[in-house]
Design a protein around this ligand. Structure first.
Ligand SMILES: C[S@@+](CC[C@H](N)C(=O)[O-])C[C@H]1O[C@@H](n2cnc3c(N)ncnc32)[C@H](O)[C@@H]1O
Length: 194
């Protein structure tokens, strides 16, 4: 599942994860937590950018990062994409100009897409991007109900282990809403950098 693997999925239109809309739980969270105007938000593994556009519509300054150039090119052609900074790259080695510049990272279906062997790299990459006081808002796909990934499931214990020491957990809940079929399979977590 390197960049070319993901690129091929977008080139062939084989992207069953794409729901054509922002995560309903994100939209609920934004309604409850507005305004987010001026917040510098990073969306790693943005795909076609539906979540990124939801943040931008709420007033955030958004950087949307993905490995796959075709995902980014397609995303940029969708309406309301002009105000977003689309960036090709990996969250494992985020571009240096992002380091320490992000107020909030929004996670949705990037963590479950990566090889579990790289989860510590993901946590390090997210941490590197965040400014002092920065936060990670994540909707983790705990149990995609598949034998083989991606998407790869994750236990709550593993999440606790991965983020302990680097982040302070502020909130853990179920997303207020989700896509059909994902009910009781996700967890929304809000972390602050320690
Ligand atoms: C399952 S898709 C989800 C896309 C989008 N979040 C959505 O929900 O539609 C996972 C995305 O993460 C991207 N990706 C995988 N590994 C990545 C990495 N290390 N850094 C940045 N993006 C990555 C893939 O190219 C793909 O677009």
């Amino acid at each position: 599942m390197d960049a070319s693997w993901w690129e091929n999925r977008y080139q062939t239109g084989d992207m069953p994860w794409d729901q054509g809309a922002a995560h309903p739980g994100l939209l609920a969270w934004l309604s409850a937590h507005a305004p987010v105007s001026g917040l510098r938000v990073l969306v790693p593994g943005c795909g076609l950018g539906h979540d990124a556009r939801a943040w931008a519509a709420a007033g955030a300054h958004v950087t949307a990062l993905d490995l796959a150039p075709t995902a980014l090119a397609t995303a940029q052609r969708l309406p309301d994409s002009d105000c977003i900074n689309w960036l090709q790259g990996s969250i494992f080695q985020p571009p240096s100009h992002l380091h320490g510049t992000v107020d909030l990272v929004f996670e949705h279906t990037c963590f479950c897409a990566i090889d579990p062997a790289h989860r510590a790299d993901y946590v390090r990459g997210v941490r590197a991007c965040l400014a002092p006081g920065g936060r990670l808002l994540a909707i983790f796909y705990l149990n995609p109900g598949r034998d083989q990934g991606p998407p790869f499931g994750v236990s709550r214990d593993e999440l606790n282990r991965l983020f302990r020491g680097k982040f302070t957990q502020i909130e853990v809940t179920a997303p207020a809403r989700t896509f059909p079929g994902r009910e009781d399979r996700e967890e929304l977590r809000l972390y602050a950098v320690t």
